[in-house]
Structure formats: structure tokens, C-alpha cells
Design a protein around this ligand. Structure first.
Ligand code: KG4
Ligand code: ZN
Length: 380
């Protein structure tokens, strides 16, 4: 499937290593969070450290790539020393790092740092796809329990700033079942929040304000995707435009007092959040009937959304299917999920040469094809 010599293992995988894998150090620097974690061989999370850059990027309402790379460079040695103090790095057996997709400058800082560390200590190294991390995150615990084995098949909704897709995890391989035609779910929360002057990232603040509004106050027309192979695809940019236009009709935007929005705006945000959640869960019945998953999971920053968590949990109860959600702290970018994805790869012998670890800004695989459609991972 991969182009020879370029990305040896580009497809996201989640192979089950059995009861014991290697004690892992995980490093994540794909976007604006610098993260370092240590996992025991059974996937128990010993430390999960994150240095957030939110304050540095907030004035720009988005991530500034050069600032992000510089912050990673400063933060990594500090986080590594802290991880050593808390969990001891002397007996770490494998180093796992995100090699893509993401901001290339940030990825280069992380991959060079991880490769140098592994090489200097003579430890095996494994580069993982950021998406693999999100896919394994629902199986991790922050309360001291070992990671759960990944059953087969699992249906997972990955919803973040860059992804909005259902994936089928079967026999260690992840296959995308749909995609968004325009904005990702997290992106649409960020853009609506930015237009209203609510700051960045927008998801958490919209989620909090939506609790104070009436989700039935506004109704939005769902998108119509004409292409029959994309019947289950998402589209959020029309909703974003409708919400921003409605906010503008209600009063000045950005809001003059964003800390204290009027009730009509709270109602608008509650209706917006309910609509995103409804549209995200709309393909669930059909996909579950088709693939008969043992577990339905969600991951990525938007999986921390309160309404999404409540609705998905209620769906599972109704459908009689186990629903697994990561702890909220592991929905957004973190290194525990990267360490776990690395453990799973290393257990299958999928290691990388520290002198030749290639970072990639864009996914080398593509989310094409519907549930019954074309090959999931076309040749690069
Ligand atoms: O997974 P993540 O940390 O980074 C990416 O891989 O993109 O996701 C970040 C995204 C942002 O767009 C953020 O606004 C959104 O997740 N997000 C939320 C919530 N918490 C984070 N969206 C809705 N509700 C939330 N509670
Ligand atoms: Zn992410």
C-alpha cells in the first residue's frame, strides 16, 4: 500500500499486542500542545504531561506555526526532566513519537528530539500517525487501570480540529467510512467562536455557554449531499455560515461583552451545538447495522463535548452497544495516546530507524470511499 521507502507504515493501525508490551515514552508535538507521557508495559498511564500554548496563540485566533515550533523546542527538555522525576525514564523500553500529520516545523522538533533521545540511549523508536493516537485513546484510563485491549470490530467517530470521520477498526487496521466535505467539527466550533469574539479554541467555551441556552430555539437546514457515494459524509460550513449570520442579525459581532453574552446568543450557541451533535450521530444507526461493532467509541477534542458525550451514551444504552469515551483529558492532543499507539506498533515489530525518521505534514493515506465503496487506503 505504501510507496516503497517513503512511509513504511502509513496506514493507521491499532493491533493488539496481547497482555504485555514495552514500557513506553511518548512524545507529541504535531500542533500547539507539547506533550510527554510514560506508560507501563500494560498501558497504565504513569505520567501525562502537557504544556499548552493556548495563551501564546490566543491573540491570533489560531495557531502560528513558527511560534508553535519554538515553544516545542523550549518545552520538550523541561517536560522530559519532569517525566523522569515523576515516573523514572531509566527503564523505558521504547520511544514513540508523532510523525504526522500536523505542522511540519512542530513535527520536525518532536521527531528529531525523539530520534536523538532514542539513538543516544540505544532504545527502539517507533513513529506513529497522530490519528492512531486518537483511535487508541478510548482504551486508556487515567485512574491507574491498564489499557483495555482493542476488540474487533470497533466503530470510532474521530472528531477534532482536523478530522470528522467514522473509522472501522478491524483486525488491526483502521478504515475511514465517511469524511467531511468541508470544515472539521472542531474547526466549525473554532470559527463560530472566533466570529463572536469568544476566543480560541472555541469548542470548550461554546460548550460551556451552550449549557445556558435553549437547544430548541433555532432550527438549521441539514446539508444535502447529492453524490450517492457520500451519502453519509458530513458538511458543516453551511451551518457555520447560518450561525454567524444569525448572530449578526441578533446584534453586533464580535460580541461587545463576550464574557456575558445575551440570552438570544446563548440560545443560538445551544442550538448550534445540538445541531453539530445531531449531524455527527446521524450516520450511526446505519453504520452500526452494517458493521455490527462490539464497541462504539469517540475520540478527538470534540469528543470532550458534553452534549456529544451524553447523546452518544444514550444511543449506546438504546442500541445495546457498549460506548467507550476517553477521559476528557485524553480527548484533546496528548502523549499518552501516542505512547500507546507506539506500544501497539512496537509489539508487532514495526520500528523505525532513528537516523531516518521522516515526518509528514499531510496524511499519506486518504479518507475516500463510502461504507461499501472504494478501497479505504488508496496507494500513495
Ligand atoms: O484533538 P484536538 O486537541 O486537536 C486536533 O487534533 O485537532 O482537537 C482540538 C479541537 C479544537 O477545534 C477544539 O475547539 C475542539 O477540539 N474542542 C471541542 C471541545 N473541546 C475541544 N469542541 C467542542 N466541544 C468541546 N468541549
Ligand atoms: Zn489531535
Amino acid at each position: 500500500m505504501s510507496a516503497p521507502g517513503r512511509h513504511p507504515h502509513p496506514e493507521p493501525r491499532t493491533s493488539d499486542p496481547g497482555p504485555r508490551s514495552l514500557k513506553a515514552l511518548g512524545i507529541e508535538t504535531s500542533c500547539d500542545e507539547t506533550a510527554v507521557a510514560v506508560l507501563e508495559g500494560d498501558g497504565r498511564v504513569r505520567v501525562n504531561l502537557i504544556s499548552s500554548q493556548v495563551a501564546a496563540h490566543a491573540p491570533y485566533l489560531g495557531v502560528v506555526p513558527e511560534l508553535a515550533a519554538r515553544h516545542h523546542l523550549e518545552a520538550l527538555p523541561r517536560l522530559l526532566a519532569e517525566a523522569d522525576r515523576q515516573a523514572g525514564l531509566a527503564d523505558v523500553e521504547v520511544v514513540s513519537v508523532t510523525r504526522g500529520p500536523g505542522l511540519i516545523g512542530s513535527l520536525l522538533v518532536g521527531t528529531c528530539f525523539a530520534a536523538a533521545y532514542a539513538w543516544a540511549r540505544g532504545l527502539p523508536l517507533t513513529g506513529v500517525d497522530h490519528l492512531e493516537g486518537h483511535l487508541v485513546s478510548p482504551f486508556l484510563d487515567l485512574g491507574g487501570a491498564p489499557a483495555r485491549p482493542v476488540p474487533s470490530p470497533v466503530l470510532t467517530l474521530v472528531i477534532s480540529g482536523g478530522h470528522s470521520s467514522y473509522f472501522l477498526l478491524e483486525a488491526g487496521v483502521a478504515r475511514p467510512l465517511n469524511r467531511t466535505r468541508d470544515d472539521a467539527a472542531g474547526e466549525v466550533f473554532d470559527k463560530v467562536a472566533a466570529a463572536l469574539g469568544l476566543g480560541y479554541p472555541g469548542g470548550p467555551v461554546v460548550d460551556r455557554l451552550a449549557e445556558l441556552g435553549d437547544p430548541a430555539a433555532f432550527a438549521f437546514t441539514p446539508p444535502r449531499i447529492k453524490d450517492p457515494t457520500g451519502a453519509l459524509d458530513f458538511s458543516f460550513s453551511g451551518l457555520k455560515t447560518m450561525v454567524i449570520r444569525e448572530a449578526h442579525r441578533l446584534g453586533p459581532t464580535p460580541l461587545p461583552d463576550p464574557g456575558n453574552p445575551p440570552q438570544a446568543i446563548l440560545d443560538l450557541l445551544a442550538s448550534f451545538r445540538a445541531t453539530v451533535v445531531e449531524w455527527l450521530l446521524a450516520p450511526l444507526d446505519e453504520l452500526a447495522a452494517l458493521h455490527r461493532p462490539l464497541v462504539v467509541a469517540a475520540s478527538g477534542g470534540v469528543a470532550g463535548n458534553r452534549a456529544l458525550r451524553a447523546r452518544l451514551t444514550a444511543w449506546g444504552r438504546r442500541a445495546g452497544v457498549e460506548v467507550l469515551l476517553p477521559p476528557v483529558a485524553l480527548t484533546t492532543d496528548n502523549a499518552a495516546m501516542i505512547a500507546r499507539a507506539g506500544q501497539l506498533r512496537a509489539a508487532c515489530g514495526e520500528l523505525d530507524d532513528p537516523r531516518n525518521l521522516v515526518a509528514y505534514p499531510r496524511a499519506p493515506w486518504k479518507a475516500t470511499g463510502g461504507p461499501r465503496g472504494k478501497p479505504a487506503f488508496p496507494t500513495l
